[in-house]
Ligand binder design. Structure first.
Ligand code: SF4
Length: 479
């Protein structure tokens, strides 16, 4: 059987991490000390949030659309094996070739071999989270193949030898004068009189990319959606550079996470309304490119679809965690998250940053390989409210924290405290005695005072609540 579904697998450990990643608390501390980064992030996330809020408010049926998106995703996950085989049959019938990759190494090997078979040593790339997740650029470079990012923000990140920090706006941590410096330093043939005026910077990138588009014969893309009933792939973007990659080269290789399939065209319609308003704050995507296999005389004449598992079947096997696979990568949860707005994406140390990264990355790699991420949240719930497909991110975060605690072999101060609380709450007399003791400690526990060591870490950044004058039991007994 070609599919690997029904057999939970996890990604090879380490896949999906950013270079030199530290655990979140250490990385966040460094990010918080960078005022320029915080200014860049605040400006960018506030602008996107406001734009998105305005166009969402125009739709009276936004909540129903969210419900529909959530229902389609739940249905898709419930019958993923059957839909993927339907997609494979439709793509093959339309002249495409489907490959199944169980993990990042397999996917990278497949793509590398496909490029080698064309005799080319350079590929142009459409912005793709899946290829970042598997480290495709690094794998291609190791094989002597040059990958050129064509999305403007991805190009800035690539030329700056940097890492992306946002799903939709990978160079969100850079301002225009930093971008000008990167272009002057790294972009071949750039005008030395380049200014930091955004249209001037965009024109410089356009000149550089146009030459590359016209001289490169192989493209690699991701996919936002794939329609099982017809085998149609869809990529949405704002610049048109993706359209160039999808139409000009002779060979197109698409790497797609298996969760991106949707059953029918009617289902796709729901997501094409949700995605642009939630992500870029646009009423529709400026460029929506769709293709079905190969069309003689029009566009790439060889099309390969690589279906990527890389830990997704393990996520699917978890009834709470599998909601993370509903994600349509709009990045709305990043833009509303108070933690993301202050630390930026690099602090998460993961290709998927922000709230979705905090629930997806630990599941793809195994929770213990990304154990600090489920704690990178205040559980305020803003991500849940903003998510266009209603993913309950706070509940998944709590679920993953529980998995992490359960995985600890040695008792931690928290597990000892929780075990003591459970023992006490299970015994009414002991519980009443503990309550009396708590009231006696009212004086010590006055607001503003901290707990003594070793519990002082808990009160280092928060006030200890003052115990009430009367317990609930006493109040109940009196009435
Ligand atoms: S979790 Fe929801 S809000 Fe966040 S990127 Fe995915 S679809 Fe968008």
């Amino acid at each position: 059987m070609k599919t690997f579904l029904g057999m939970p697998s996890t990604a090879p450990r380490g896949v999906g991490h950013l270079r030199g990643a530290e655990p979140f608390p250490a990385a966040a501390r460094k990010a918080l000390a960078d005022p320029q980064l915080r200014r860049n992030l605040k400006h960018a996330t506030t602008t996107i949030r406001e734009k998105s809020g305005k166009v969402i408010a125009e739709l009276p049926d936004w909540q129903q659309l969210r419900d529909a998106g959530s229902a389609v995703k739940a249905d898709t996950m419930a019958r993923l094996p059957e839909l993927l085989e339907e997609l494979e049959a439709a793509v093959t019938a339309a002249g495409g070739i489907v490959h199944w990759a169980a993990d990042a190494n397999e996917a990278n090997a497949i793509v590398t071999e496909l490029v080698r078979a064309t005799g080319q040593d350079r590929v142009i790339k459409v912005k793709s989270m899946a290829t970042q997740e598997i480290g495709l650029n690094e794998a291609l470079e190791a094989a002597g193949i040059e990958p050129v990012e064509t999305d403007l923000a991805e190009l800035i990140v690539q030329l700056g030898h940097d890492e992306p920090s946002h799903i939709l706006v990978p160079a969100i941590h850079r301002n225009r004068s930093e971008i000008r410096e990167i272009f002057l330093r790294e972009m071949p043939g750039v005008d030395p009189a380049l200014t930091d005026d955004p249209p001037v910077l965009a024109a410089a990138a356009r000149r550089y990319l146009r030459e590359t588009f016209l001289s490169t014969k192989v493209a690699v893309s991701g996919a936002n959606f794939a329609v099982a009933e017809t085998g149609t792939l869809a990529v949405v973007e704002s610049e048109g550079n993706g359209r160039m990659c999808l139409t000009l080269p002779e060979t197109l290789i698409t790497v797609m996470g298996i969760e991106k399939v949707v059953p029918t065209w009617r289902d796709l319609e729901v997501f094409l309304q949700l995605l642009p308003r939630a992500s870029t704050g646009e009423r529709m995507n400026p460029y929506t490119s769709m293709w079905t296999g190969v069309t003689p005389g029009d566009g790439p004449q060889a099309f390969h679809l690589v279906l990527l598992d890389n830990g997704r079947t393990a996520v699917l096997a978890d009834e709470i965690g599998r909601q993370a696979l509903h994600c349509i990568r709009c990045s709305a949860c990043l833009n509303v998250c108070p933690v993301y707005e202050r630390t930026g994406g690099h602090a998460y140390g993961s290709v998927y940053p922000g709230p979705i990264g905090a629930v997806l990355s630990p599941q793809l790699t195994g929770v213990e390989d990304n154990a600090s991420l489920p704690y990178a949240s205040t559980l305020c719930g803003a991500c849940f409210d903003a998510c266009p497909v209603k993913i309950d991110i706070p509940s998944i975060l709590v679920h993953l924290r529980n998995q992490h605690v359960e995985a600890q072999r040695r008792p931690t101060p928290e597990s000892i405290a929780m075990a003591a609380a459970a023992y006490t709450m299970d015994r009414p007399r002991l519980y009443a005695a503990a309550q009396r003791a708590t009231r006696l400690s009212r004086l010590a526990g006055r607001r503003g005072r901290g707990l003594p060591p070793p519990l002082n870490g808990w009160t280092a950044s928060r006030d200890l609540p003052e115990p009430p004058k009367r317990t609930f039991r006493e109040w109940w007994a009196r009435r």
